[in-house]
Design a protein around this ligand. Structure first.
Ligand code: HEM
Ligand code: NAG
Length: 501
């Protein structure tokens, strides 16, 4: 009898708790943007997301309008869709929508609130400004940036040529080469493609990026990381991310001449020296500053993380789209042969002479939407958008994909690769304000200028030198992406036919 009563109490208690929880989340709805699904108690909508979150968000955008709410665990997250709303939230109201939520992977390596890409407030502002200054120093005067990139691109193209028409996995080489560019800016030296420590760093960064999509849920339900089998990849991320941290810390140590085997070939123009220089000047003039060892280390991690997979995936997407529409490659070759020829290397100044190649790059960025959900933001004040109220401290997902693939902006062929959409009838490039692969507002990609130089130099060198062919031209590789932090093409092989022979 007593036992039964106890069970009843327990059972009723549990039901009451669930009801309370359920009504609590619903009560919160007040003026929040609508929720497409009833969240489950405790887990919210986490287990209701389809395998393809892009398709899922697209359907919800259609169902609910530009703003909708979903629950990750008991945390409400507002998804921001459509160009006008995106601009209003992140640009017009950018002053109070530009914080970042704390991410579990940064906690996992003990680096929450450190560095550049995931900090908020004063630390973020000082580090963003500093990083901007340093990158500007590289891009100015001697144009060191374009020089460094050209040096790397030459190694890259030669490596592909050495394969002598045998099928290669373009992703691997591109990834290594692009991370070498960030590396050479940070450390003032490039690494050989088979340097073991560099290889390990690159591999670890790649694992973190790949697993980040799955691990997103762990941000909101930390308990998931204890599930057996590491289903949410939390352990995999932690291990790889710690590798990155330790390897970069070691390399910084050596560049500063504090290690046992300090590299000899360090150039003076590097990120670490510039950062230290600015740090020293501020300390000497007794200015308050957040510049220090930990923020420097995390800034370098952030730069590697943000500047590698984005650029390299865009290049590989371009190859993949070309295999599906060979006529585009013919036009690129005609333009390049006419405007640059084969007798010299392409240079940045050629960009204005190559409108068609430019539209190919734009269309690749639009269709691949390489960072489909940008990076999460957080409000720092309550905001009103139309009839809706988004409270202070609410996480926002900027749905870039919804802008880059919107048929109302791009037309009914929005899902088709068509560079001509960016070309006017006189053959000039059309610049559209809705083309925002780098996001917009105060958090806009810090490396957009650098990314543009990289994409142009890589692709112009590549198409000058090679004709790219699918292993089976009638059945080009799948366009299905793997969505982690970025949208990465499914691995494939390609044949690079040398046009210089
Ligand atoms: C095609 C290449 C690239 C694309 C599409 C891209 C896109 C983006 C996007 C969408 C964001 C998030 C913006 C937001 O929060 O609203 C971002 C942030 C960032 N990107 Fe890029 N990016 C690219 C290349 C690069 C490169 C080469 C670098 C390195 C120099 C870089 C450094 C950063 C940094 C540091 C942030 C964080 C900025 C902040 O939190 O204030 N990105 N990028
Ligand atoms: C918003 O929330 C944060 C974190 O809880 C708090 O520090 C800040 O003061 C709040 N801002 C306003 C305007 O209330």
């Amino acid at each position: 009898m007593l036992q039964l009563d106890f069970m009843t109490v327990l059972f009723t208690g549990a039901i009451a708790l669930l009801c309370w929880y359920f009504f609590k989340t619903n009560a919160n709805h007040g003026k929040l943007p609508p929720c497409p699904l009833k969240p489950w108690p405790l887990v919210g909508n986490i287990f209701q997301m389809g395998a393809d979150s892009r398709a899922q968000f697209k359907a919800w955008h259609k169902q609910c309008g530009d703003l909708f709410s979903i629950y990750f665990g008991s945390t409400v997250v507002v998804v921001v869709n459509g160009f006008k709303t995106y601009r209003e939230v992140f640009m017009t109201k950018g002053a109070v929508t530009s914080d970042r939520p704390d991410m579990f992977f940064n906690q996992a390596i003990g680096m929450s609130h450190r560095g550049l890409a995931f900090t908020s407030g004063a630390v973020w502002r000082e580090h963003r400004y500093t990083a901007h200054q340093i990158l500007k120093e590289f891009g100015m005067g001697t144009n060191l940036l374009a020089e460094k990139i050209t040096e790397e691109v030459i190694c890259y193209v030669n490596t592909l040529a050495e394969k002598k028409g045998k099928p290669v996995d373009p992703q691997h080489f591109t990834y290594v080469s692009v991370s070498n560019i960030i590396g050479s800016i940070i450390f003032g030296r490039r690494f050989s493609y088979d340097d073991p420590r560099f290889k390990k760093t690159v591999k670890s960064i790649k694992t973190v990026a790949e697993c980040a999509g799955m691990a997103g849920a762990v941000n909101f339900l930390p308990i998931l990381k204890y599930l057996p089998g590491d289903i949410f990849k939390a352990k995999a991320i932690k291990v790889s991310y710690l590798n990155v941290k330790n390897l970069l810390a070691e390399m910084i140590f050596e560049v500063e001449g504090k290690g046992d085997n300090n590299p000899k070939e360090v150039e003076n123009g590097n990120y670490i020296f510039s950062y230290r220089d600015k740090q020293r000047k501020k300390t000497q003039s007794r200015k308050a500053t957040s510049l220090d060892d930990e923020h420097l280390l995390k800034s370098t991690i952030d730069l590697f993380g943000a500047g590698t997979e984005t650029v390299s995936s865009t290049i590989v997407w371009c190859l993949l789209f070309i295999l599906h529409t060979p006529s585009v490659q013919t036009k690129i070759h005609e333009e390049l042969d006419r405007e640059v020829g084969q007798g010299r290397q392409p240079i940045m100044e050629d960009q204005a002479r190559l409108p068609y190649l430019n539209t190919v790059i734009k269309e690749t960025q639009r269709l691949s939407s390489v960072v489909p959900f940008s990076v999460m933001h957080k409000t720092s004040e309550e905001i009103k958008i139309g009839d809706f109220v988004i409270p202070n401290d609410t996480i926002l997902i900027p749905n870039l994909d919804s802008v880059l693939h919107d048929p109302e902006i791009w037309g009914s062929d929005a899902e088709v690769f068509n560079p001509e959409r960016f070309l006017d009838k006189d053959g000039n490039v059309i610049h559209r304000e809705e083309f925002i692969p780098y996001s917009m507002g105060p958090r806009i990609c810090l490396g957009d200028a650098m990314a543009k130089i990289e994409l142009f130099l890589f692709l112009s060198f590549m198409f000058q030198r090679f004709q790219f062919v699918a292993r089976d031209p009638l059945h080009p590789p799948t366009l299905k992406p793997n969505i982690g932090f970025t949208s990465v093409p499914t691995a494939f092989e390609i044949i690079c036919v040398d046009r210089f022979k």
